[in-house]
Design a protein around this ligand. Structure first.
Ligand code: HEC
Ligand code: HEC
Ligand code: HEC
Ligand code: HEC
Ligand code: HEC
Ligand code: HEC
Ligand code: HEC
Ligand code: HEC
Ligand code: HEC
Length: 460
């Protein structure tokens, strides 16, 4: 009996040992699958800064994160969750190599040291109705910043690429060398987010946007009503909403557009109507709309002024003898004004809302330049016409002299004519006597003839 009891106990103990071993080995299999993964500590042995930065982040804790564990367990620990919350996940076996999003998940796989700035790396996980960050980014203009340059044949222009490409932007921001050849990624995730520490590349999101959006940044930062109280770009341009259902997915703010509902920006409600002592939502929006309508109509006036001044300059340039250096100065001023208008006013799509006061100042300097250009062109026109007038006057005086000369010539001629006439009439007088002579000689001829005939007849 005792022996049997001991045997049963032994079998029980062995069974437990085997079972527990089996459980342990299952765990071991789960963690070792793809055991060629070396783990973040290994990479960190050489890249200690990157390791330090990464260690405290949500990526390093993507599996151990208590919130993840709670939600995951509550939903029955489905293995498909692990494809994004672990490294080296095998969807066929449901096993994974390392907890969390580790170095090797992003750097090309086990032991690899590849580097990419592509958004699709982050988009492997930051995607789907719960966090459609990649889809939103893909819809945003940021994803098209290289295509835009290709479309106008500027994709090899270093200056353009310093904002329009990930490589150029990072090179500029971090003061690192970069090459145009590699500058093929648009404004991707890693431009704004440091991928190891997950911090923004700049302390404030406004300074980050301002790296490239220099026009909007300079308007906003020149004591705009919102900048004064610390409301920055992402407070208005990154409307977020949590996930409700597959049909009403989360919004992460990565289109960076002003999200509207019923034609009104929704995000203003985060403060207006919520915070005491500032305009309520309706007022805030209607003030914004009236600022935008006013500035829109002023913009139309500026455009008209630019067009009419351009016309005047073109017209004046056809006047012969016009002062070309004055016209050149006018053209330079006008082009200057036009350029500022196109870049800083037309492109400041908020229609002045970012900073109405500063926008009006800017428009005024533009109008002053246009005015000066017009003045110069008209002055040049007046000068040219005046000099034409005085040359006409000399021509006129010269013509008068000629007329006078002609008159003298004519009166001379007249004199000559009357002398001639006199001579003619004298000549006419001469003809009368000769006829008389003729008559006389005829008569005397006849008399002589008659006398001769008489004498001949009388002879015999
Ligand atoms: C024995 C030291 C050592 C270990 C271990 C190591 N690296 Fe490196 N790594 C280097 C050196 C050296 C360079 C090249 C110099 C540089 O670019 O800083 C480098 C470069 C890199 C680069 C930049 C590559 C590029 O194209 O610019 C990445 C990314 C990288 N390593 C990731 C990793 C990852 C991930 C691990 C772990 C799997 C790892 N490294 C392990 C030494 C190491
Ligand atoms: C396609 C990749 C992917 C899958 C699959 C996935 N997740 Fe996530 N999960 C993420 C990403 C990316 C975040 C971070 C989102 C953010 O902060 O914008 C996240 C965040 C979370 C968070 C929030 C963590 C916190 O601390 O706030 C929880 C909880 C979570 N996931 C649970 C789950 C569960 C449960 C599943 C499976 C049903 C799952 N996830 C499947 C990618 C994924
Ligand atoms: C979420 C993805 C991700 C994770 C996780 C990650 N990296 Fe990176 N890493 C990147 C990207 C993208 C870059 C390129 C952008 C840059 O240079 O800042 C990069 C750049 C690097 C570089 C090159 C830096 C340089 O100046 O050229 C090193 C080295 C590096 N990572 C090492 C590591 C190590 C070590 C770990 C783990 C402790 C790690 N990374 C984790 C995405 C990641
Ligand atoms: C393998 C999947 C995966 C990849 C690839 C990945 N992430 Fe994540 N990321 C996650 C998960 C999962 C979380 C949330 C972790 C948690 O549960 O706490 C997260 C969290 C983050 C957070 C912090 C979110 C918060 O709420 O504070 C940032 C920022 C982030 N990721 C940016 C990036 C960037 C940038 C890249 C590309 C360079 C990237 N991720 C690549 C899975 C991934
Ligand atoms: C590295 C440079 C860079 C940074 C940083 C940057 N942007 Fe952009 N952004 C661009 C470029 C380039 C475009 C235009 C892309 C195109 O049209 O090809 C753009 C386009 C946009 C647009 C669309 C404009 C339009 O024409 O409709 C918005 C809105 C925007 N960015 C907001 C932001 C905000 C907000 C931030 C800061 C969180 C930011 N951007 C940070 C470069 C940047
Ligand atoms: C200082 C950063 C910066 C530089 C340099 C830059 N861009 Fe941009 N570009 C932007 C930003 C930001 C936007 C989007 C918002 C805006 O229009 O203000 C943009 C938008 C554009 C657009 C689309 C908007 C439109 O007007 O249709 C084009 C086209 C463009 N840029 C071409 C260029 C070219 C060509 C160059 C080089 C000659 C260049 N950019 C240099 C930052 C820059
Ligand atoms: C133009 C800059 C920019 C780009 C490009 C960008 N982000 Fe962001 N992202 C931000 C800013 C700004 C925030 C808000 C941070 C804050 O709340 O202060 C943010 C927030 C986040 C968050 C929420 C976590 C947090 O720190 O609050 C995640 C996750 C994230 N981004 C992932 C991505 C991924 C993935 C991509 C690429 C598909 C991407 N981002 C592209 C600027 C950018
Ligand atoms: C108080 C809110 C607010 C702040 C702060 C703000 N913006 Fe805007 N922004 C707007 C509104 C409203 C528009 C006009 C949107 C429209 O008319 O569709 C706009 C338009 C824009 C546009 C044109 C693209 C578009 O969506 O029409 C860009 C680019 C832009 N803002 C960039 C910035 C940058 C960069 C900063 C920070 C330096 C900033 N904004 C700060 C509210 C804001
Ligand atoms: C993050 C909070 C916040 C957001 C988002 C915000 N505002 Fe404001 N806004 C304020 C505060 C605070 C003031 C008060 C500033 C003061 O009195 O100096 C203000 C002032 C204003 C004013 C009065 C400006 C003046 O000349 O005194 C208007 C108009 C306004 N906001 C419109 C808007 C609109 C439209 C939006 C959305 C596109 C918006 N705001 C988004 C916080 C916000």
């Amino acid at each position: 009996m005792r022996r049997r009891g001991i045997l049963f106990l032994a079998i029980f103990v062995v069974l437990i040992m085997v079972l527990s071993l089996n459980i342990k080995s299952q765990n071991a299999v789960a963690e070792k699958a793809g055991s060629d993964y070396k783990g973040p500590e290994y990479c960190g042995s050489c890249h200690s800064n990157e390791y330090q930065e990464w260690s405290g982040t949500m990526h390093s804790q993507a599996f151990s994160d208590p919130i993840f564990q709670a939600v995951w367990n509550a939903s029955g620990s489905p293995p498909e969750c692990l494809s994004c919350h672990t490294t080296g996940f095998n969807s066929e076996t449901g096993e994974f190599a390392l907890e969390g999003v580790t170095c090797e998940r992003c750097h090309g796989g086990p032991g690899k040291m590849e580097k990419t700035l592509s958004a699709s790396l982050c988009g492997e996980c930051h995607i789907g109705a719960h966090h459609p960050t990649f889809e939103e980014w893909n819809q945003s203009k940021h994803s098209e910043s290289i295509e835009t340059l290709i479309a106008i044949g500027q994709d090899k222009n270093e200056r353009c690429l310093s904002c329009h490409s990930a490589e150029g932007a990072l090179g500029t921001m971090l003061n690192k060398s970069w090459s145009i050849k590699e500058a093929t990624d648009p404004v991707t995730c890693a431009v704004c987010h440091e991928p190891m520490s997950l911090e923004l590349r700049m302390e404030s999101s406004s300074d980050l946007c301002g790296q490239c959006h220099t026009g909007q940044y300079s308007l906003w930062s020149a004591n705009s009503p919102h900048e004064i109280i610390g409301v920055g770009c992402s407070d208005c341009h990154m409307y977020t909403r949590p996930y409700s259902s597959e049909d009403v997915p989360a919004i992460t703010g990565h289109t960076f557009e002003i999200v509207e509902e019923g034609g009104k920006p929704v995000i203003c409600q985060n403060c207006h109507g919520t915070v005491e002592g500032i305009p309520d939502y309706e007022t805030a929006v209607s003030v914004m709309i009236s600022i935008q309508t006013d500035i829109q109509s002023i913009k139309e006036e500026v455009k008209a002024a630019i067009n009419s001044t351009e016309k005047i300059i073109n017209e004046v340039s056809t006047i012969s003898g016009v002062d070309t250096s004055a016209l050149e100065e006018a053209s330079t001023l006008l082009n200057d004004a036009k350029h500022t208008f196109e870049i800083e006013v037309e492109r400041a799509y908020s229609n002045g809302f970012h900073n109405p006061t500063e926008m009006m100042k800017l428009i005024n300097t533009i109008l002053e330049k246009i005015g000066k250009a017009k003045e110069l062109a008209l002055e040049a026109k007046a000068k040219a016409l005046k000099s034409q007038l005085s040359s006409l006057e000399t021509q006129l005086a010269e013509s008068q002299d000629e007329i006078n000369n002609l008159k003298i010539q004519i009166s001379n001629l007249n004199e000559q004519v009357s002398t001639l006439e006199k001579k003619v009439s004298e000549l006419q007088g001469g003809a009368g006597t000769s006829q008389l002579y003729l008559l006389i000689s005829l008569f005397s001829g006849l008399v002589l003839g008659a006398l001769a005939t008489y004498l001949i007849k009388r002879k015999p």
